[in-house]
Design a protein around this ligand. Structure first.
Ligand code: ZN
Length: 442
């Protein structure tokens, strides 16, 4: 049985680095709190300029996308985010370049993508993950980059399509996202930060300050409905930004892109709620993107369970095994039989030390099976094959004592294997189990 985190946040971004700059503190905070954080990045940013001299050869080369993919993975490690994906798979949509360039006409670029086709890739992810909260850019992409505008359109379209049962039922059960936010920075916050930057500039490795207009999503205070205080995760955010080595140069609490213009790093991140019920009083800003969300809405077909220290979880019923899954279980069952025979021979040859070795082999199989099948069922299938085989060997005793040095040894082996199987099935994690998500019942 797989279990979902109760709180599930999805972010849609254009290029690797946008997520860390815009939402790094938010992502780190929710990941640390045990929420499932899912990042979908639309392109690999193949057309980005490269800052470090020693990596400059990557600029304009086919290798930059692959390199930035590694930077993204490193950034996600800093943020503690495990679920990050590329829209339609790696390389499906190319960077479109800055607005007005010939790159915008590349038939493979995101700007040229059919909106519904691109959105359907995201619909599949939304229906799988079932996020209550979606974060993306405003309709100008924050600052007018074609990929950012397109990422906005794809996210908004996919949120609609995912909820429509008539759309691509093969992509999963419909899911309605409760709240949609756009990334924002309140103008007074930006102004104060740039005033500090002006004072600090002489001590920075950057010659000039960027302008407020260079910061995506700056709007008047009145449009900003949520402020997520991620100051406790400032170090994670700056480390994630620094992981995008080709794109960002850090000088905390400032950074610069390839234009070498200094900008402030914001560790309180701001949002405008554009869809859904506001979870704060009139005139107040939300401090939690999940405020007011019914975490169990839409979970009518899912059982709600409470685990020891982990707080409420949504548990998804085991799906009927597909042909592929059934084949995997059968394979693990047969592998269990092979490991059992090998283990019996080992423990007979080197009894009693061999007994421990054989049981360790069984434990490896059971845990490996759970990992391979991404469910406890894998451990159970392997254990079933192992136990049945050892039972047959123990009771039938073919060829005298060929398989067992002593009768007591055969029963020790059988009982030991059963104990190992129970321990492994208990230890084997469900796929998306987030033990820490205990804070939702406030
Ligand atoms: Zn970008």
């Amino acid at each position: 049985m797989t279990e979902r985190a109760a709180r599930r946040l999805m972010l849609v971004h254009a290029h690797p680095d946008d997520e860390s700059i815009n939402n790094g503190a938010t992502m780190a905070r929710y990941a640390a709190e045990g929420a499932l954080v899912t990042l979908v990045t639309c392109t690999l940013g193949e057309l980005g300029e490269v800052i470090p001299e020693e990596l400059r050869h990557l600029e304009g080369s086919a290798g930059l996308g692959a390199y930035r993919r590694q930077e993204l993975a490193a950034a996600m490690r800093e943020l503690g985010v495990e679920d990050f994906r590329l829209l339609g798979g790696a390389g499906r949509y190319r960077d479109s370049g800055m607005m007005g360039l010939a790159d915008n006409d590349d038939p493979d670029c995101l700007w040229q993508a059919g909106l519904d086709t691109a959105a359907e890739h995201l619909v599949a992810v939304i229906r799988e993950v079932r996020p209550q909260v979606l974060v993306t850019y405003d309709d100008n992409g924050g600052y007018g980059h074609p990929d950012h505008i397109q990422a906005h359109r794809i996210a908004m379209r996919a949120a609609d399509l995912a909820a429509d049962p008539a759309v691509r039922p093969d992509l999963g059960r419909p899911w309605r996202i409760a709240k949609v936010y756009w990334n924002r920075v309140p103008r007074p916050v930006a102004e104060a930060a740039f005033a500090r930057l002006k004072d600090d500039l002489p001590g920075l490795p950057f010659d000039e300050s960027a302008a407020i207009g260079d910061v995506p999503g700056v709007v008047g205070d009145e449009r900003v409905t949520a402020a997520v205080d991620g100051s406790a995760y400032a170090a994670a955010k700056t480390a994630a930004m620094a992981a995008h080595t080709t794109q960002i140069e850090m000088a905390e609490p400032y950074f610069a892109l390839s234009n070498q213009l200094a900008q402030p790093v914001f560790t309180t991140e701001f949002y405008e709620l554009v869809h859904g019920e506001r979870g704060a009083g009139e005139g107040e800003r939300e401090t939690d993107l999940f405020a007011g969300v019914d975490l169990f809405a839409g979970a009518e077909k899912e059982s709600v369970m409470s685990t020891g220290g982990g707080g409420p979880m949504l548990a998804q019923p085991l799906k009927p095994p597909s042909a592929g899954r059934a084949a995997a279980y059968l394979g693990l069952f047969l592998l269990g039989a092979v490991v059992a025979v090998a283990g019996a021979l080992v423990q007979a040859a080197w009894f009693p030390g061999g007994l421990l070795l054989a049981l360790a082999g069984a434990a490896g199989l059971f845990l490996g099976g759970a990992r391979a099948a991404r469910s406890r069922g894998g451990a159970v299938a392997g254990a079933a094959g192992w136990i049945v085989t050892v039972f047959v060997l123990t009771t039938s005793r073919p060829e005298g004592d060929f398989f067992f040095a002593a009768e007591s040894g055969s029963y020790l082996f059988l009982l030991g294997g059963m104990a190992v199987a129970v321990i492994c099935a208990t230890l084997a994690p469900g796929r998306q189990r987030h033990e820490g998500d205990a804070r939702l019942g406030k």
